[in-house]
Design a protein around this ligand. Structure first.
Ligand code: B16
Ligand code: MG
Length: 217
């Protein structure tokens, strides 16, 4: 039996949220906006453009489209500088054994991320070879909670959307999976991700029996 296994990137495979935070904090400081770790939670799974709008709204700041474009470019340049230094050590605990188990059992694996930098990140942490398909921020027109990113991922794997399994750390991502009639596995706080079909604090507590049961379900 085969199921499509779709992984979100930031917050599931690697913790790039800390780098997004540093880059956004610099922008916020330039704009005189107070931007905390708590605020950063609101940006998880959200597109780059939408993230800037959220920060501007936080500070009640209005800027021109040209200024926005400049800030988006600056943010990404700073973020890319952080990514350059990434390596295998940044893969979150438990992720590699899960990918290896799925690969050994010939399960189709895809990435479903909002990030336009997903490929270089997977390359940096040396995980590119595990993925049979990659759908990221460059491919989709509708952001999560729209299911487009996961529907495209299942299609690329030549697998049905229904019954595909999605690992997600964001509320919008869990909702996107549910809308697509996929099986949502929330990675992180159960209180936050209560809409998910399954909840785990992290990949360390996901064992092969759980994965095996998902395949045979
Ligand atoms: P980029 P995910 C998302 O990745 C991040 O969670 C979110 O904070 C970020 O704004 C978004 O990617 C876009 O990233 O600026 O690199 O295009 O969780 O969907 O893998
Ligand atoms: Mg995420």
């Amino acid at each position: 039996k085969k199921k499509a296994f779709i992984f979100d990137l930031d917050g599931v495979i690697v913790d790039t949220a800390k780098y997004h935070f540093l880059a956004w904090q610099k922008i916020a400081a330039q704009l005189g906006i107070n931007f905390t770790h708590e605020h950063n939670e609101q940006l998880k799974g959200v597109s780059r453009i939408r993230s800037l709008d959220i920060i501007l709204a936080l500070g009640n700041v209005t800027i021109t489209q040209q200024e926005k474009d400049n800030l988006l470019q600056q943010k990404n340049e700073d973020y890319l500088a952080y990514i350059q230094k990434m390596d295998e050590s940044e893969i979150l605990a438990g992720v590699l054994p899960a990918l290896q188990y799925l690969k050994q059992n010939n399960q189709p694996i895809a990435l479903g991320s909002a990030s336009k930098n997903a490929r270089p990140i997977l390359e940096k942490v040396n995980l590119l070879d595990y993925f049979d398909a990659i759908v990221d921020g460059n491919d989709v027109t509708n952001a999560k909670p729209d299911p487009e990113v996961f529907v495209q991922a299942a299609k690329k794997l030549n697998m049905p959307t229904e019954g595909a399994i999605v690992f997600e750390d964001s509320v919008a991502g869990v909702q996107a999976a549910n809308v697509a009639q996929m099986v949502s596995v929330g990675i992180g706080s159960k209180a936050v991700l209560h809409e998910a079909h399954y909840n785990f604090d992290d990949f360390k507590v996901i064992n092969t029996t759980f994965l095996e049961n998902l395949v045979n379900k």
